[in-house]
Design a protein around this ligand. Structure first.
Ligand SMILES: [Zn+2]
Length: 389
């Protein structure tokens, strides 16, 4: 959508954006493109704060914010657009106020309401790209489906404790449901209020969302594709997971069976009257305890995949386990007919890998807590003896 101001940069624009205009990949044309772009940020919370701040600073011409919540003191350790003076304000109003202080030359559109099946299509239709910073599964599936129907790219992120995940979904190249066809059972994943969140992790993931959104708007991706990344703050590591469109996907597959928005609270097993958010991030729905894993290991046909890196693997691993990088999951060499036990350091990567393998037809299970919790309860020697019998 062309914006008059964007066709001609003023001296003030040149001065403000000079450090990015000087990038050969951006230039004056790139800046014009940003100034005529319209981005909708879903959720003016932790992720939305960091993402929107960078998008506003970069000069994205129209920034929409949708959130029906109000600012509370307990938000401030991670939702950096809000401050003490604005406790009790609506989050969209508080965020718009701060974003205007950062850049008064852009247009901020406040949508002071929760995203729902009733308003999502109308809202999304006015924007070029959706940044999803929502904190619950119903909203995540709703954002996905609405974006698929309207062919809008989505930059999705979720955070919990010390971990985060990020995905870029481009129209035609796969969607959230290709990765996670079904939501985890209610109660199997704790939310931020219960499990906690390390505030700066939201800053990392929100900033990454801004980077990826700007790349999509500017066509700067080296190889445009859908990507899924996992961040583990305690280990200071990023993991990249292969990800492709699933031809059997219910919404973006070859013969989609869902062609209109549904009741997402009900779909996620929460009942339609429930408004309280439930969590994002990895699902524990297909995880097993160390004891259950030991029983599974009595089956000689079980495939045991250790998806830690080689150095971690060599320090100690389960008997019969084979080391396998996340990237190798893209072209698995093990049988689809046998169960698979996936193991990592803390159970985060293995939970994602399990979901991914399940979306591709494998009977996969993740070892809850990973190798970190394995050692205490059951020593590797005991396992070896058990499996030898
Ligand atoms: Zn899909």
């Amino acid at each position: 959508m062309e914006n008059d101001r964007a066709s001609q940069l003023t001296g003030r624009d040149l001065a403000r954006y000079q450090r990015q205009i000087v990038l050969p990949q951006l230039g004056i044309n790139g800046q014009r493109r940003l100034m005529s772009s319209r981005v909708l940020v879903v959720g003016a919370g932790a992720l939305g704060s960091a993402a929107a701040a960078y998008l506003a600073a970069a000069g994205v011409g129209t920034l929409g914010l949708v959130d029906g919540d109000t600012v509370e003191l307990s938000n401030l350790h991670r939702q950096i657009l809000h401050d003490e003076a604005h406790i009790g304000w609506s989050k969209t109003q508080s965020a718009a106020h701060r974003l205007n202080v950062i850049n008064s030359d852009i247009r901020i559109q406040e949508h002071d309401e929760f995203l729902s099946s009733a308003n999502a299509l109308d809202l999304f239709a006015n924007y070029d790209l959706i940044v999803n910073g929502s904190d619950n599964f119903p909203a995540r599936y709703l954002v996905n489906d609405a974006a698929v129907f309207l062919k809008k790219p989505v930059v999705d992120a979720a955070i919990l404790r010390f971990e985060g995940q990020l995905a870029v979904f481009r129209p035609g190249l796969g969607c959230y449901r290709c990765l996670f066809p079904t939501p985890p059972s209610p109660g199997t994943v704790p939310d931020c209020a219960e499990a906690g969140i390390f505030g700066a992790v939201a800053g990392v993931l929100g900033s990454m969302q801004a980077v990826e959104a700007l790349k999509v708007l500017l066509n700067l991706e080296e190889s445009p594709s859908s990507a899924f990344l996992i961040y583990e703050a305690l280990a200071s590591r990023w993991h990249r997971m292969p990800f492709h469109r699933d031809p059997d996907c219910l919404v973006c597959g070859d013969t989609p069976r869902i062609t209109a928005l549904i009741d997402y609270q009900q779909f996620c097993g929460l009942g339609s009257d429930r408004t309280q958010a439930t969590p994002a991030a990895a699902s524990d729905a297909f995880s097993v305890t160390a004891e259950e894993a030991m029983r599974m290991m009595e089956d000689p046909h079980l495939t045991i995949l250790d998806i830690r890196d080689e150095a971690e693997f060599l320090k100690g691993h389960l008997p019969r386990a084979r080391q396998c990088s996340m990237e190798e999951l893209d072209a698995p060499t093990f049988s689809r007919d046998m169960p698979v036990l996936v193991v990592c350091a803390a159970g985060v990567r293995s939970a994602y890998a399990t979901q991914y393998l399940r979306s591709r037809g494998y009977e996969a299970w993740s070892l809850a807590g990973g190798m970190r919790t394995w050692g205490g309860a059951v020593s590797a020697v005991a396992i070896q003896e058990r499996t030898r019998r």
